[in-house]
Design a protein around this ligand. Sequence first.
Ligand SMILES: Cc1ncc(COP(=O)(O)O)c(C=O)c1O
Length: 381
Amino acid sequence: MDKILTAQLDIPPDVIDFGAGQPSLHLLPLALLREAAASRLADSNAAYLAYGAIQGDGYFRQVLADYLAAHYQMQVDYDSLFVTGGASQGLDLICTLFSRPGDTIFVEEPSYFLALRIFADHRLNIVSLPMDDQGLIVEAVEHELSQHTPAFLYTIPTFHNPTSVTLAAERRNRLVQLSQQHDLVIVADEVYHLLSYAAAPPPPLASHIDLSPIISLGSFSKIMAPGLRLGWIQAGTKLMDRIAGCGLVDSGGSLNHFTSGVMRSAIELGLLDKQLANLKSVYSRRKNALSNALRELLPDSVRFVEPDGGFFIWLEFEDRIDTDKLLAAARQHKVGFLPGIKFSGQNGLKSDARLSFAYFDVPELEEGARRLVNAIREYQK
Ligand SMILES: Cc1ncc(COP(=O)(O)O)c(C=O)c1O
């Protein structure tokens, strides 16, 4: 009989898999959510067990709007928020509503590999746009706009997955201008925005929704727990009318109503802030440990930039190294990572690799770095 699974990930205990881009089980806030759920269930009003209001519970959206306003340091109107079952579902819904099979979309190279899977489900054609250490190269967007009329541009502007790069403030402004000039819908996946370990990043693209066709995706997966399947879309009135008018919510109501009630309590009781502070301190320590180990152990020919937030370190090897093949050697050493090719919309990035520091604690991260370096040595022989 196949093994019966509860969680998506199933890493053997002797393997250190840097491919796991999610929190370890002991970082998930069981006690805290028990408290939030008990508080919600103590409510004598059963409305959280009814079909939820179309855009999501108004009280939850008010609490979320205040939370985001405080953390994004800008005004957030609760009417600009739409409850989703996580950023992945939000993205899938946006594809359904704003594109048709065969349409072209603009995507960063590299991009979040599972977003590429969602785009493939919708039969979308990818035009890949280059990035550098300041994020998406906006001139490339401008150039491609002279060749194509994309259904939308998908970008991860802050603590990008997989590179961890953050789009520079001036580039954000230029991108927003382009979006206005060309009526270009920008889908900004901002799920890592609140996970900063150094100075705060520039304001999210969500700060421009009133004047530009920008749709921002947020999620509790990175700041609370992915199993909640709870997130939000933030958009201006015109786009929001289209999103809130979809058949999916007309039939089922709010996309994750009961959980949004639990999260309302978690925010009201200060538990989300507590969890976010804990995660930032744990991830920051893990990021430092992995960066230091890699700096010390990796050959000088492997390049990486220490991230200021998010979950990932992106390694760039010399061209002659194929990280898909290196992975086979790494597996022999009981270490894993995700090869760059997974993040490419054009079958490239063959000499790159993504490591995550979210899942393992400091001693395992250091041991994993040693194993990885041994695997590289063996591969280079
Ligand atoms: C850029 C990005 N978007 C979306 C997701 C998935 O978010 P959710 O769990 O809210 O569906 C991830 C998770 O790794 C991610 O890195």
